[in-house]
Design a protein around this ligand. Structure first.
Ligand SMILES: Cc1ncc(COP(=O)(O)O)c(C=O)c1O
Length: 379
């Protein structure tokens, strides 16, 4: 199998699975229980939170364990909106956010909030000038993703943070689900108040994640109950999940420097090989994150090619359908200004630290064959 759909999810690392298994079996007590076993489990959670805080270079009280990116994004956006609505009801985001941000914003619109969706240029990047112009007296939140999940474009988060710092009354949330381990991001003193991460994108487990909540940031919790996770997420803690998340994060950190360098090399070769294929249009900008390559082949049906590749056990993806004007058009590609044909024929190849040069060349050969086959059928 050649798995090139790592932006959708990654294969769990065996040591992550082992940690989850061991903690589930050996530390199953409820950390809120006052007996010794509960206390031991609570201590494990405290240690795990401290480890994560050290890796992210934040305070341990700023780490909230979540079920993943969707929960982190919803908790941050709705939490700020509900807590600070008396000060204002205006939120700024971009047109190319993940649905867990866009749909949270649409939901808030139904509750009377006003959302500005910043456009992007052809490289999938917002304009800082547009952002500055969009800030109003009643703006309470800016929510901008770090790395786009379809094309890999990187937003200028450092500069966005500097703008946010000039407006101390508003909060800045960053969706770093795709950036983690691929494009380093500093949290401390960056102007970022909230940042979402997901375990299953970094060889961790589904249902695990982290929301960084700066200690000066007050949120209205989505889940009320026993007051776990600094009262931001009540419910008996998933300690095995938290330990698995910490393990995945540590493994990622150990491999990050070499891993990123390798990904850039693979990405360069992949881009060059794709551009040699007649009809291929590159959608991923040169300045993008190293793990994603998105390209279009106008006139070719992505589902058919993906099916043909799948028969050879090569797995890539297409991002289309959801919430676009045209059913099969990618909303992100359309937002970049690409025409309907190009936006409807997007392919996404996404790599991990484990992807090899051989896998990439096998994929290219198989893709060429699939295109040939497609053309023969269409003639
Ligand atoms: C940019 C981005 N944000 C959020 C999410 C949602 O993360 P999760 O699947 O952990 O809920 C994803 C997942 O694809 C993503 O790519």
């Amino acid at each position: 199998m050649i798995y090139l759909d790592n932006s959708a999810t990654t294969k769990p690392d065996p040591s992550v699975l082992k940690s989850f298994d061991q903690v589930s079996s050996n530390f199953f007590a409820n950390p809120s229980s006052i007996h010794q076993f509960g206390g031991e489990t609570e201590q494990l959670l405290v240690r795990t939170r401290k480890q994560v805080a050290e890796i992210l270079k934040v305070d341990k009280d700023e780490v909230v364990f979540t079920s993943g990116g969707t929960e982190g994004n919803n908790t941050a956006i709705k939490g700020i909106a509900l807590e600070h609505q008396n000060r204002g009801k205006h939120i700024i985001t971009s047109e190319i956010e993940h649905p867990s941000v866009l749909e949270a914003c649409h939901g808030l619109e139904m509750l009377g909030f006003n959302i500005t969706y910043l456009p992007v240029n052809q490289d999938g990047i917002i304009s800082l000038q547009d952002l500055e112009h969009a800030i109003r007296e009643d703006t309470i939140l800016i929510s901008i993703m770090h790395v786009n999940n379809e094309i890999g474009s990187i937003q200028p988060i450092k500069e966005v943070g500097n703008i946010a710092k000039q407006h101390p009354k508003l909060f800045l949330h960053v969706d770093d689900v795709q950036g983690l381990g691929k494009v380093p991001l500093t949290l401390r003193d960056s102007g970022i108040d909230l940042c979402s991460f997901s375990g299953h994108k970094i060889n961790g487990l589904k249902g695990t994640g982290i929301l960084y909540v700066n200690k000066h940031t007050k949120l209205f919790p989505l889940l009320h109950g026993g007051g776990q996770e600094q009262s931001l997420r009540s419910g008996t803690e998933n300690i095995a999940g938290a330990v698995a998340m910490a393990r995945a994060l540590r493994l990622m950190k150990e491999r990050e420097v070499q891993g990123i360098k390798k990904l850039y090399d693979l990405q360069k070769n992949l881009r060059n090989a794709l551009l040699k294929i007649t009809g291929v249009k590159m959608n991923t900008p040169e300045t993008a994150a190293p793990h994603i390559v998105n390209f279009s082949m106008p006139g070719v049906k992505p589902e058919v090619i993906i099916h043909m590749l799948g028969e050879r056990e090569i797995f890539i993806s297409t991002k289309s359908a959801c919430s676009s004007k045209q059913k099969d058009e990618s909303m992100v590609l359309a937002a970049c200004g690409f025409n309907g044909k190009r936006s409807a024929s997007g392919f996404r190849v996404s790599m991990s630290y484990d992807t090899t040069a051989e896998e990439i060349s096998h994929f290219i050969e198989a893709l060429k064959k699939a295109i040939q086959q497609f053309k023969e059928v269409m003639e």
